[in-house]
Design a protein around this ligand. Structure first.
Ligand SMILES: Nc1ccn([C@@H]2O[C@H](COP(=O)(O)OP(=O)(O)OP(=O)(O)O)[C@@H](O)[C@H]2O)c(=O)n1
Ligand SMILES: C[C@](O)(CO)[C@H](O)COP(=O)(O)O
Length: 246
């Protein structure tokens, strides 16, 4: 038997433990269907479509871990990809942390991908991995330019008019997607040291003072958040099926 270290691996952590309040009443968002298949299954397929990803850690709603395991056994990933399921936490940050805790030592590169972005193309996944592994960036986000002008406002409740404080230069703004890619040690340190509310993992790394870079994202990597997003996702999937001839 060899004493050599096991080969470095890339793993994807998929936080899927949210309720989907903004999508409206129903099953947890990741378990709702898209083209007849649960959104989570699409997300696992999107990660395992990359030949670099050998492990997918799904972070499930705590009450649904067994059901999610059964579901993923019904829709097996390619043989080269191991899929494990762990229980999530109260916030997205907690859920990602639970996923990181489940990674074996051999993993050196980690993707964090929302179950709520089921249609991200494999080329985007691979571009993020390449920027971390070959480009040497400790943290990478896929990002797209904005179509709307953005205003900073003084938030007010109940539809009260909100004073506009300023207009950031749109050419310098990007909407950030997932999968976000990280050197594992950097992401683990961010989750250990950074406290407070954040909306993505890269911003935790930014707070460490570590360099984060953006690579081109994809319009089909949008997040299913509100009911209209589900309509768009069904349309994108239907178009793919026509293009693929089935
Ligand atoms: N406690 C939580 C909250 C969110 N997520 C996951 O984080 C991703 C992005 O979150 P979001 O789109 O906000 O999902 P929800 O929290 O489910 O949506 P909502 O805020 O509308 O309830 C989703 O895949 C979601 O399942 C998670 O794993 N654990
Ligand atoms: C991580 C993320 O998808 C990047 O755009 C986003 O911040 C998640 O936000 P949510 O409010 O938890 O959906």
């Amino acid at each position: 038997m060899s004493d050599a270290a096991p080969p470095a691996r890339t793993a994807a952590v998929i936080p899927a433990a949210g309720r989907g309040v903004r999508l409206g009443p129903g099953a947890p968002k990741a378990l709702r269907t898209l083209g007849g298949t649960p959104m989570l299954v699409h997300a696992v397929r999107a990660m395992s479509a990359s030949r670099a990803v050998s492990l997918v850690v799904v972070v499930a709603p705590p009450d649904d871990v067994a059901a999610v395991r059964t579901l993923l056994d019904e829709y097996p990933a390619p043989e080269r990809t191991e899929v494990v399921v762990v229980p999530g936490g109260a916030t997205r940050q907690d859920s990602v942390r639970h996923g990181l805790d489940a990674l074996p030592d051999s993993v050196t590169t980690v993707l964090v991908h929302d179950a709520a972005r089921p249609l991200v193309p494999v080329d985007t996944v691979d571009a993020v991995i390449e920027a971390v592994r070959d480009g040497g960036a400790p943290a990478v986000v896929p990002a797209v330019p904005l179509a709307d002008t953005v205003k900073e406002v003084e938030p007010a409740a109940d539809g009260t008019p909100e004073p506009v404080l300023g207009t950031p230069e749109r050419a310098r703004l990007r909407a950030v997607q997932t999968p976000q890619g990280f050197d594992r040690a950097t992401l683990v340190r961010a989750h250990r040291e950074v406290t407070g509310e954040v909306t993505d993992d890269a911003s935790m790394v930014e707070r460490l003072g570590v360099r984060v870079v953006a690579v081109p994202g994809h319009e089909e990597a949008f997040k299913v958040t509100r009911p209209l997003d589900l309509v768009l996702a069904e349309a994108v999937l239907a178009r793919r099926r026509v293009n693929d001839g089935f």
